[in-house]
Design a protein around this ligand. Structure first.
Ligand SMILES: [Zn+2]
Length: 149
């Protein structure tokens, strides 16, 4: 049976995820989640992952290595498709820890960071920027099965 069977479709809120109407609606869902869902009330503030993006403004973010800090954070779940995403490697970690090159980020990443910022999150986890050393599995003949960047 589908785990989504309890979800119902809702009327369209806005044409743009970043609109004030959309942000306000999602904030209200999040507030309701934290204040009235039995399981969510019992959840403690999570420890941040090994690496996470620290959001410092609507157009400013950097890779952060938090240690044992606890904080709520957003996660971007997305399809990679055939694109080679910008990613943190041994060569880029130093630069990205100071500031991510905003103009080089895919629009999906920019939108997710801006939306998380609008919702009040200070952190967001994005796989290609936060998994490090990045593991690439390639099954094509002639390519290594597993590589570390
Ligand atoms: Zn909830």
């Amino acid at each position: 049976m589908s785990p989504w069977r309890h979800l119902q479709s809702v009327p369209r809120i806005s044409d743009h995820t970043g609109s004030a109407t959309a942000v306000k609606k999602v904030k209200s869902w999040y507030t309701e989640c934290l204040s009235s869902h039995q399981l969510c009330l019992q959840a403690s503030t999570p420890q941040l992952p090994t690496r996470v993006i620290r959001i410092e403004g609507p157009f400013k973010a950097r890779v952060h290595t938090p240690g044992v800090e606890r904080s709520e954070y957003a996660c971007l779940s997305h399809r990679w498709g055939g694109q080679v995403m910008i990613r943190t490697t041994t060569l880029t970690l130093g630069q990205y820890s100071v500031q991510l090159p905003w103009d080089e980020l895919p629009k999906t990443y920019q939108d997710a960071i801006q939306f998380a910022h609008a919702l009040g999150f200070s952190y967001i986890w994005i796989d290609s920027l936060c998994q490090f050393p990045f593991l690439v599995i390639c099954a094509r003949p002639g390519f290594p099965q597993l590589t570390r960047s």
